[in-house]
Design a protein around this ligand. Structure first.
Ligand code: GLV
Ligand code: GLV
Length: 346
């Protein structure tokens, strides 16, 4: 009977889907991230492993599992926690959960951009601490930059590090805000053509004022954008791509939004840049070193940073769809069938 290792209970429906098979199911019994030692102890001889982004899938875990392992399934679109090359060299398949979370994450990207620009967290803290009667309504109270051209300017540029599905969904949401230009840069994975960019603009022209979508360099992204969304994969090749040189080139009124991966940003450099006023504010759903982010963290302490605890995909519907897909990827992998959604390594 094939053994499967599951690092977290993913809800009754997903678990039932796995239990329909004659598998030996070994599941971490607690409702918190599995202890690493427990995973290593229980991996031996398994044919499938199901993880969340909290679990490192590395050489050590794969060696413990041994040659029986056919597939790893992660309940995430990101795969920074998975050593892709180690899987590839062992011909182990990787299942992941893109698409089903695109809209939920794009929603949070917009929420963070608005929260950061409009000082929403600060406003909430004033209300909750009983301070509203003191501050009242002031002509310039709580003011921040408008997300969009506003009444006095003609253009507004949205920038994207990475222009995959989530970035595209975020841009679609921004079109009714009046975005006129969109710029992006990416790692070259599936590089877009100018024709595709023109087609995107034409497709959505009727819903707003988007005139142009184009690839730019990282420096141009920093200099031209009024809001920058970080939606590139994490990992060594993108680590701290957003650091002092980038932040220094940003507009003073710009907003930086990170719904992607914490490692993209040098946290100390960002806290320093916010402090110096190189950009206006940051909205972060992820931070390097999460979840060990305390009130002592420079970005939590920064009055210009809005920090949320990695809730991008956290709608009931989306998480259920992710759990379902993760379960189906696991089952297919163990049965030697094509995975419903396989990460293609190259
Ligand atoms: C969330 O961050 C994911 O990768 O699914
Ligand atoms: C990226 O933005 C993705 O959905 O892969």
């Amino acid at each position: 009977m094939p053994k499967v290792l599951i690092s977290r209970h993913l809800g009754a429906d997903a678990m039932a889907l796995i239990a329909e098979n004659t598998f030996q199911i070994v599941i971490w019994p607690e409702d918190r991230t599995a202890d690493r030692a427990w995973l290593l102890e229980n991996a031996s001889g398994c044919q499938g492993i199901l993880v969340t982004l909290n679990d490192k899938v590395d050489e050590e875990l794969l060696s413990k599992a041994g040659p029986s392992l056919k597939a790893v399934s992660t309940m995430s679109v990101g795969y920074e926690h998975v050593r892709i090359q180690e899987l590839a060299s062992r011909s182990i398949k990787l299942g992941y959960t893109p698409d089903v979370l695109t809209d939920a994450v794009a929603d949070v990207a917009i929420m963070l951009a608005l929260m950061a620009a409009r000082n929403a967290a600060y406003g909430l803290s004033i209300v909750q601490s009983g301070g509203w009667p003191n501050v009242g309504w002031a002509p310039f109270g709580f003011c921040g930059p408008q997300l969009g051209p506003g009444p006095t300017t003609k253009s507004f540029t949205a920038g994207f590090l990475g222009f995959g599905r989530i970035s595209q969904a975020t841009l679609r949401r921004l079109i009714p805000f009046g975005v006129t230009h969109a710029v992006y840069t990416d790692s070259g994975r599936g590089r877009r053509t100018e024709d595709e960019d023109t087609a995107f603009v034409e497709q959505y022209a009727a819903f707003g004022q988007l005139k142009q979508l184009k690839w730019v360099s990282l420096d141009e992204l920093a200099a031209e954008s009024d809001v920058v969304f970080l939606l590139a994969p994490g990992g060594e090749s993108t680590r701290h791509i957003i650091s002092t040189p980038f932040l220094q080139k940003m507009k003073k009124t710009a907003i930086l939004v990170n719904p992607g991966r914490g490692t993209l940003v040098d946290s100390d450099a960002l806290a320093d840049a916010l402090d110096k006023g190189w950009l206006y504010a940051a909205g972060l759903d992820v931070i390097e070193g999460e979840p060990n982010v305390t009130t002592e963290h420079p970005l939590v302490k920064s009055p210009r940073a809005t920090v949320l605890p990695h809730i991008g995909s956290a709608t009931t519907e989306t998480r259920a769809a992710m759990a379902d897909l993760a379960a189906r990827n696991l089952v297919a992998g163990v049965l030697g069938e094509p995975l419903p959604v396989e990460y293609m390594m190259h």
